[in-house]
Design a protein around this ligand. Structure first.
Ligand SMILES: C[S@@+](CC[C@H](N)C(=O)[O-])C[C@H]1O[C@@H](n2cnc3c(N)ncnc32)[C@H](O)[C@@H]1O
Length: 779
């Protein structure tokens, strides 16, 4: 990796090589069939309408040339003056090649710049032909790119390879911009160009796509309304907003246009803007039912649930008096939305969640199309529930760790502390595989999912700059400078990249809800990642954690997993304690933790070389010889029972090596579960029972909650096979609770009604386990 960085840091490729490479790449793309390029398309169809060009003129003394760009840096306050010298390719970003007046050449990636509405609806999910894409920036176009970010990213060839680039090669540098307001197309008569001499004299070849020219004939606000409606029904809400806005420009108090645009904003989750529109509409037409209904929706989106309830109750009352039969549908929708608002209100105020409903919604939304890896429900498993924060915890400075969550009072085990909806989340099947980059400071690759997550966060901030503050407050690494006050509301993609790097959570499916098949292998390959704002303030420890997070779709639930004392820091784990020290250290380094000081890491650092070598030896014997030997013989005739003794020997030795710290002995876990299976295979169920119980105790003590339900179920199954049904059922109850309690909290002691709810949830989350239990007469 270091060599790779050195190559980048050396001189940039010459102008001739860059041009030749780019042209070769264009030719390759032109020759590829479009279906071969499908992996380049993200499911993210954000489009952006540029504001009328910036009135603030860039000052020539802030111009930076390509030769002076530094890698891994946003050149804040500077701008690059350049002209387009080749054709464009439109993937997630719009790619093209530019040269500056000095004649230096570089490729650029403009995100969010090409207007969705300028692309025909039928082509939006395709890679556009080069001819079509080039209409966005014809050869000869003069551009100002403000705050240019020079980034290491996938090389051209790697982008079109179906698997994307690999870590070892295939990287290049690129100028990136995510904020469309940072790109200015310069008119050839612009003063800025007065004393500029270009290396090559290129005139702009064609007109740039300009939506207004397409609609020259449209004159009335109503024409824009109709055109907006067309976009709306084709689910292109960005273009619909554009059209309604054009209409509103002509007729600023057109209530229908305002109400329609509000609905389009609602679909884009831009609740502030939606509320603004309906409030103007309602001022002029207080009885506009749809506007009032949308006001309720916008207030829910803005988490102003009480106001939403009042608005919807008023509306409901108004409609009850009315005898107009044409409003029956909105009447019904209002009742449903009112109920939803009341639910959100109770969730956010009291932390009362209907877990059955949530799991039902999740299981419904998590379905994938049979023949593709797209979600059946277009939004994927994104749920609409409220955030909650218990009053008993707060963010405080924590020694050597920056900030962290600390308890203000004693908190019992199993308490729901926080529920947080993802700020943004990207599932493994949603990221285009093509576009990755390198984080220079940690020398690691930014995966396609992280790259897509960054892009989506940037898009959300472009649409709602007020949200910048809460995102930019998050930890962005030791090397990231404080954000300048004047840039607090601007989109800084490099900072967002860092924030994602240090604060992301993976979105693994922890139950068997998503069926991993070959078709949806992208979900399996890449678990997906999300940014959750308040949970980002939890610090890490490999062991001795006191809180646990559970992700259902885009909702994160955080509970205490043991009693917590007032003043204690709340800690969760960023990695698995079952991993080796090296594996954990690598993954912690990515999270910005160099030397974890938890009990496990401290112990493993202090253990003698001799102990470490012996542990490694044992694990190697197991991993390379005994483990595979057992797995291949478990279901065949050549099972040799003597393997049992050997497994016991390894387990005993591992235990002995950690005898001073038995609770930190995690390495024998897998061997123990093999031992339990070997006893069963040898027909010795009785002997397998204590091992299975020990495994359960082990995962319980180690707080490996993802394994504890299955561990308890294994004990239940063995009792069932021994016909000890009383014990079997008791253990089945344990398995059920272990599966369900991390989600819904502890059941009341002594009650019996709990089983119905638990079985209902278990059937959804772990259908295989429930059908197994049913076959064994456990329920
Ligand atoms: C997700 S943030 C946690 C919140 C962070 N402490 C803050 O001030 O915003 C992750 C960062 O917190 C710090 N951190 C978390 N756990 C730590 C630990 N066990 N030891 C040292 N630093 C830790 C590291 O700087 C890490 O990159």
């Amino acid at each position: 990796m270091d060599e790779l960085l050195e190559i980048f840091l050396k001189e940039r490729k010459s102008r001739q090589i860059l041009i030749a490479n780019y042209e070769k790449w264009l030719n390759n793309i032109e020759q590829m069939r479009s279906e071969k390029l499908q992996h380049l398309i993200s499911t993210n169809n954000f489009g952006y309408r540029q504001n009328i060009q910036n009135t603030i003129k860039p000052e020539l003394n802030n111009r930076i040339s390509i030769a002076n760009l530094e890698v891994d840096k946003v050149h804040t306050g500077k701008f690059l003056l350049c002209q387009v010298i080749s054709r464009c390719v439109k993937m997630s970003p719009l790619f093209t090649l530019v040269e500056d007046p000095e004649g230096d050449v570089e490729r650029i990636a403009l995100y969010n710049w090409a207007e969705q509405s300028a692309i025909p609806v039928k082509d939006r999910k395709k890679v556009l032909s080069i001819g079509e894409a080039s209409k966005f920036l014809p050869v000869g176009t003069k551009l100002v790119i403000k705050n240019p970010y020079y980034q290491t990213a996938s090389s051209f060839d790697a982008i079109i390879s179906p698997d994307g680039p690999s870590i070892s090669n295939d990287f290049d540098v690129i100028i990136r911009s995510d904020n469309p307001n940072d790109i200015i197309v310069i008119n050839k008569y612009d003063d800025l160009l007065n004393n500029i001499k270009w290396f090559r004299n290129l005139n702009q070849e064609k007109e740039i796509i300009n939506k207004k020219s397409v609609y020259d004939k449209i004159l009335s606000a109503d024409d824009f309304r109709q055109s907006g409606n067309k976009y709306f029904v084709s689910n292109d809400f960005v273009a619909a907003c554009d059209e309604y806005s054009n209409g509103i420009e002509l007729d600023s108090l057109n209530v229908t246009l305002l109400a329609n645009r509000a609905e389009a904003y609602l679909r884009l989750n831009q609740f502030d803007k939606a509320l603004n529109d309906v409030e103007i509409a309602l001022k002029h037409e207080p009885d506009h039912l749809k506007a009032a209904f949308r006001k309720g929706k916008a207030l829910c989106g803005l988490k102003r649930y009480q106001e939403a309830i009042i608005t919807l109750k008023d509306l409901d009352l108004k409609m009850q008096i009315s005898t107009d039969s044409s409003i029956s549908s909105i009447k019904q929708s209002t009742k449903i939305l009112l109920k939803h608002a009341e639910m959100l209100d109770s969730e956010s105020r009291y932390g009362k969640y209907d877990y059955i409903k949530i799991i039902d919604e999740f299981c419904e939304k998590v379905k994938l199309n049979q023949d593709s890896d797209n979600w059946v429900c277009e939004t994927g498993p994104r749920l609409d529930h409220a955030d909650f924060l218990i009053d008993d915890i707060e963010i405080r400075p924590v020694k050597k760790k920056g900030r962290g969550w600390v308890s203000k009072r004693d908190i019992p085990e199993g308490t729901l502390l926080m529920v947080s909806k993802a700020f943004e989340v990207v599932y493994g099947n949603e990221a285009p595989l093509s576009y990755r980059s390198i984080d220079f400071t940690s020398k690691t690759m930014i995966t396609a999912t992280h790259s897509e997550l960054t892009t989506r966060i940037a898009q959300r901030l472009i649409a709602e700059p007020d949200l910048c503050q809460e995102v930019y407050k998050l930890y962005a690494g030791p090397e990231t400078e404080n954000l300048r006050k004047d840039l607090l509301y601007s989109v800084d993609v490099r900072r967002i990249e860092k924030i994602v790097k240090y604060n992301y959570f993976e979105t693994r499916d922890q139950w068997d809800v998503i069926k991993h098949t070959k078709e949806n292998s992208r979900l399996t390959k890449d678990p997906g990642a999300g940014l959750w704002i308040l949970p980002s303030y939890f610090n890490h420890s490999c062991v001795d954690t006191n809180v646990e997070q559970l992700i259902i779709g885009n909702m994160m639930f955080i509970r205490s997993c043991r009693p917590i004392l007032s003043g204690e820091e709340l800690i969760l784990s960023y990695c698995s304690r079952m991993d080796t020290y090296e594996e954990r250290s690598n993954s912690l380094r990515l999270h910005g933790i160099k030397n974890c000081s938890c009990r496990l890491c401290s112990l493993e650092r202090s253990e003698s070389k001799k102990i470490k070598l012996r542990q490694a030896d044992i694990l190697e014997t197991y991993g390379n010889s005994l483990g595979p030997q057992l797995k291949s013989s478990l279901f065949s005739a050549n099972f040799n029972p003597s393997i049992i003794k050997e497994l016991i020997k390894l387990i005993d030795e591992l235990k002995d090596l950690r005898k001073e710290h038995p609770d930190l002995e995690f390495k024998s876990f897998e061997i123990k579960s093999d031992l339990a299976a070997a006893y069963v295979r040898a027909g010795n169920l009785r002997q397998s029972l204590p091992v299975a119980k020990e495994l359960y105790e082990f995962v319980k003590n180690a707080r490996l909650s993802q394994f504890s339900s299955n561990a308890a179920y294994q004990v239940a199954s063995r009792y069932a096979r021994l016909n000890q049904m009383k014990e079997a059922k008791e253990w089945w109850d344990v398995a059920l609770k272990e599966l369900v309690e991390p989600i819904r909290g502890k059941f009341n002691e002594g009650g019996t009604n709990w089983r119905k709810e638990a079985v209902y949830l278990a059937e959804k989350l772990s259908p295989k386990m429930v059908s197994g239990a049913r076959n064994k007469d456990l329920l």
